[in-house]
Structures are given as C-alpha cells and as structure tokens.
Design a protein around this ligand. Structure first.
Ligand code: GDP
Length: 182
C-alpha cells in the first residue's frame, strides 16, 4: 500500500531552515515531520531534508524542508542551499540574545541568495524556557513587522506552535504561487 509520502502531489515546495547553531532547527523539523516522514541527506552539500505532505484546500502539497545539518557553524551555507526555496523559517533562541542579534545577518544572506518573494517566518524558539528569556516577544514581533516577515514563538520541546509556523509558511507560499499562475 502506498504511504502518504508516495501519494501523487499537485505541487512540490522547497523551504529552508536557517538561524544560528543550537537554536532548535533540527528539533523543529523532526517535530513537524514526525508522522509522514523521511529524513534524508544530501552528503555532497552536507544538508538534510525532510518531506511532509500537506493538504491545502483541494491540493496536495509536498513540502521539502532543508536543514543545515550543522553546516552553519562553519559558515558553509552556500547559494545551493537556498536555490529554488520558496520559503524560510528563520529561527532564533529566545534565551540567547546573540541569536536574535544575528537575525539581521541571516536576512542579509537571504537577500543575497534567496528569491525576491520568499515567504519568511521569524521564529523565536524555546518559548518553554520563559524564566531564561533574553528576548521579549514584542521585540521579535516588531522586528518581523519592520522587515515584513511573519512571526511566531515556538517550543519544539513542548510542541507549541510548531505546526502553525510550518503550515503558516506553506499556506502563504501556496497563496502566492496560485495567484501567480492565474
Ligand atoms: P540546531 O543546531 O539549530 O539544529 O538545534 P537543535 O535542534 O540541535 O537543538 C539544540 C539544543 O536545543 C538541543 O539540546 C535541543 O534539545 C534544545 N532545544 C531545541 N528546541 C528546544 C525547545 O523548544 N525548548 C528547549 N528547552 N530546548 C530545545
């Protein structure tokens, strides 16, 4: 019997996870893709990616989400990582201000390598660690507003808002691409 992975899909979208090391990118991805899932890797460029099929209206979308697999530590994320990506989750850790300060650096890289109308969701992860918070939710929100991004705080650990962050991005990509094809 065919599993969900093998179902005929109407669209294939690529999206990428970016952000500093240890902000929770891999945990967010494994949370999101846990059910229908293949974690795969492309050893040539040292990245991992996972698929998940998502139904939006009457369309079945296969979302292919790329993870840096630790390469960001070596500043080794290159243009091939971003090529063809329609969306990005830009993740920081609410308990480490430096990861929030570096969001600007990641945005710069997105401008350089990403497509002009990529859907970007700014994600403040580890919301379960409120007692160690170094970045207020309002700061995340207002940065997102000023840069024209969507925004969400998540906890990969407690599975809070993880679906919402990925599905919000996928829905928006679908909206944009279906408007374009009208
Ligand atoms: P990556 O380097 O960005 O892919 O980060 P990882 O997914 O490997 O996570 C780095 C560390 O943060 C690991 O020790 C995770 O267990 C922890 N972590 C990830 N997400 C959360 C979260 O939402 N809450 C808490 N408390 N820890 C998290």
């Amino acid at each position: 019997m065919a599993d969900a992975y093998d179902e005929e899909c109407d669209y294939l979208f690529k999206a990428v996870l970016i952000g500093d090391s240890a902000v929770g990118k891999s945990n967010l991805l494994s949370r999101f893709s846990r059910k229908e899932f293949r974690l795969d890797s492309k050893p040539t460029i040292g990245v991992e990616f996972a698929y998940r099929n998502v139904r939006v209206g009457d369309k079945l979308i296969k979302a292919q989400i790329w993870d840096t697999a630790g390469q960001e530590r070596f500043r080794a994320i290159t243009s091939s990582y971003y090529r063809g990506a329609l969306g990005a989750l830009l993740v920081y850790d609410i308990t480490r201000r430096v990861t929030f300060d570096n969001v600007k650096k990641w945005l710069q890289e997105l401008k350089e390598f990403g497509g002009s109308d990529m859907v970007v969701v700014l994600v403040g992860n580890k919301s379960d660690l409120g007692h160690s918070r170094e970045v207020d939710e309002e700061e995340g929100k207002s940065l997102a507003v000023s840069e024209g991004l969507c925004f969400m705080e998540t906890s990969a650990l407690e599975n809070l808002n993880v679906e919402e962050a990925f599905l919000g991005m996928i829905n928006k990509i679908h909206q944009i691409t279906s408007q374009k094809s009208l």
